[in-house]
Design a binder for this molecule. Sequence first.
Ligand code: ACO
Length: 370
Amino acid sequence: MTATKGLEGIVATTSSISSIIDGVLTYRGYNIDDLAINATFEEVIYLLWFGRLPLQSELDQLLSELSAASTIPPQVIEQIRLYPKDTNTMAALRSAVSALALYDETANDMTPEANTQKAIKLQAQLPTIVAALSRIRSGLEPIAPKSGVTIAHNFLYMLNGEEPSDLAVQALNQALVLHADHELNASTFAARVTVATLSDIYSGVTSAIGALKGPLHGGANEAVMVMLEEIGSFDQVEDFIQTKLDNREKIMGFGHRVYKNGDPRAKHLQKMSQDLSQLQGNSELYEMSVRIEEMVTGQKGLKPNVDFYSASVYTILGIPRELFTLIFAISRVSGWTAHILEQYENNRIIRPRAEYTGLTNQKYVPIQNR
Ligand code: ACO
């Protein structure tokens, strides 16, 4: 038995949800470029869960179910109030999502209907949790979700307490579409491993949030912003990045296990970053990002991934950087739950082997003789 480090190239399951073939990302056979330009996030959620694009009546139905499920239990709000104000926001999200299960009497109901309903609740409640978390950390009262608006609109409304601009809603909608699913990424794999033991959907999503938190995965978008803040201004980019490259340090937001010729999502976020910067009349973050890309791609051949330009996009939208990875979760929960439902449909426990590299033939020595 020989191990493959990081399971690179290992095909661990079948799935009909999303694919990356020859560097092209599709959800249920639809190219991400097509969906990014044309689809709403809610249409994509329907597509991921039910395998096809919805009719208008089906979309309306999903919107009203999401709206109806978006209020979180008051006990969860009370718990969030007790979290340390400076705690890691992904740790807080992981705890709050885990707590949702405690107040859902269907949490352990494993029928497909109950699991679909719980997928709707998780998708509807994550944005409410993230907005509440952010406001409570800033000493503000959480704002209840409103009905009849999209997830992107509702999230910005609950976060800022005012109606968002159409442009902000449109930009966030597109970011949510781009992050919704991504084949067998680390957090989705974590979710599938968890529920393959026939554990519940909340356990699966909690595992996924834990995996997404790391800087090699979803945590990279926040790490990109930390780097941009550390650099400070356009004229500092060259020295900062050159030093990192010379020291062979990792530059966050670059590289990918599967895409070696570029992440197809990155160009959409780059364009969004450029367009929003122009409208805002301040392009410094965008220009810094472009210069970083020129240097990293030029010298290392590494291309930006989905996280790189999302950092400047979210900053321009006025979203605090400690929420960046949580926005990723608000989107990816659609994919996690689609994969969880698919895993339940055709389940077998996921239990690989390890290549043993430890000592052998050890003999127990009584503690007083060691
Ligand atoms: N900056 C500098 N060098 C890099 C980077 C980077 N961002 N990414 C990879 N490399 C280098 C590695 O050091 C390695 O060089 P070596 O062969 O000389 O040792 C080579 O490129 C191959 O990289 P691996 O780390 O082996 O690639 P792997 O497939 O294991 O990791 C990963 C992929 C985790 C995305 C990696 O590129 C990385 O750490 N990037 C930065 C973090 C990041 O942006 N993560 C988000 C990924 S997208 C997502 O999850 C949403």
